[in-house]
Design a protein around this ligand. Sequence first.
Ligand code: SAM
Length: 445
Amino acid sequence: MASARDVARKVLDRVERDGAFAAAVLESEAATLKDQRDSSLATELVLGVLRRRPWLDHLLDSASSGGSLRKLDVTVRNILRIGAYQIAYLDRIPVRAAVFEAVSSVKRSAAPRLSGLANALLRNLAAREPDALRPPADDDGASVEELALRYGLPGWLLARWIDDRGTKEALAIARIFNDRSARTMRVNTSRITRADLLKRLSDSASPGPCLPWSINVSDRRDGRTIEEEGLAAYQDEGAGLVVAALDPKPESKVLDACAGRGGKTGTIAMLAGDRAEITAADRSRSKLDRAAFELNRQGFSANTVVVDLQAGKGALEGPFDRILLDVPCSGTGTLGRRPEIRWRLSPDQVASLVSVQRAMLDSVAPLVAEGGRLVYAVCSILKEEGEKQIERFLEEHPGFEPVRDPPSTWPDSIPWRGGLPFVDPSVHGTDGYFIACLARRFSGC
Ligand SMILES: C[S@@+](CC[C@H](N)C(=O)[O-])C[C@H]1O[C@@H](n2cnc3c(N)ncnc32)[C@H](O)[C@@H]1O
């Protein structure tokens, strides 16, 4: 039977070899573990290694007399990283067990001859003082490259965060991304109250801090069960806030223009009391089919339309009272839950996303009804995808203006910033989001 460490290694291999998303592979692989504690350990090891990868490689390299270990086979490298992570970061795991498990795992791998090397490297780390295994706590005077190594980020990305938000805020965000692992769900309040669902889940769930319909669920199996029953759906509170900003009303015509698998479409239907006319659009037919399935099990429905918004409005017919444009973006606001993104993203990709977002904004703008609302959202903390994108949009579309006052469901704890809220992960404990809540002016007669 697979152990938590085997599962973690398998997930890390898939992430590195196939470009898989860690959360999705973890969800299916962790289902093979009977004990919830093993499932939690596998999650901790996967997230920990992806977040601390450069530092763990640095430690392992420093223990090697033969130079960099980066050329080793992927599986062996991941076994070593898992071993090093336990030694450096997990106090509750005996060091001997971490070394023994790693060496046994290398013996069972395609490169058993490297088990002696694994033993020597991990024993070397195990013999060090705990302080020598963690990055220095004092960041004063450190260069961006040193900070990037300490916080587990590519240097170019950290440099942009610092340019955008200053060093203090950038590092606070980097820190929270390396700590956080809450799994948040939206309670389907059309079926059950949050209080009743919390009562049912007892120890494995707690209320989310920002939104009255959110819960944090620690037990994967409980999460899966209530999802299958249509009582809740996985959704970070940052994503929930996007829909709170949209403020969908009963009897209104709503377009979820990048609906994907319908994560936010369900929230729209719920907040509108299932009485809005909702169109869910996306470039991907298979995602829309999934959205229809998810909505159906929650007791909601929407019209689905396939459209390429980079090329124009396609078959979409306005006007809509509300349009949500949840564009494809760098995902840099979700690095806490999806740490692998940091190792895949490049500056060129960000530039190309910015121009796709711009084209999509231009496509949907004419579809907004006069007096209607357009909410643009990115789960990104980069200003070029957020604040700067909207600055340009408002310059080129004088018929739009930010909505000055927050809707009634908007929590007091999050500054509305005149209709352009930044949901800061280091302050609010959510994913990072930039949201622009824009109203289309009446043109008059
Ligand atoms: C951030 S995701 C949306 C997530 C979704 N709103 C949710 O809450 O689950 C962005 C979506 O944009 C879609 N997309 C990307 N390029 C597009 C295009 N040119 N036209 C329409 N949709 C596009 C992607 O398929 C993806 O589902």
